[in-house]
Design a protein around this ligand. Structure first.
Ligand SMILES: [Zn+2]
Length: 85
């Protein structure tokens, strides 16, 4: 099966999400934020289409080195959508 690139989208506003998980250690986790979070959109913030989204989630490193994304409750998966462009 082709490992097509998965995109993860915010459950609140359907924008893409960003995270940075440096550690490759199994069980390591980090916070995920939405690209509409003011923390990340500062650089190219457009006041005409200002959507602020404060959704956060959790990304957890799996044993095989992949990552799993969860909603802020730590239980619900965030589904990846493949983007074939
Ligand atoms: Zn969002």
């Amino acid at each position: 099966m082709d490992s097509s690139k998965l995109c993860y989208i915010c459950p609140e506003c359907s924008a893409s999400v960003v995270w940075s998980l440096v550690s490759g250690k199994r069980g390591a986790s980090s916070r995920i934020i939405c690209t509409n979070n003011p923390e990340v959109s500062k650089a190219d913030w457009n006041k005409h289409k200002a959507i602020f989204c404060f959704w956060t989630g959790v990304v957890v490193r799996q044993r095989d080195g992949s990552v799993k994304l969860f909603d802020s409750d730590g239980v619900s998966y965030i589904r990846g959508v493949s983007r074939n462009t």
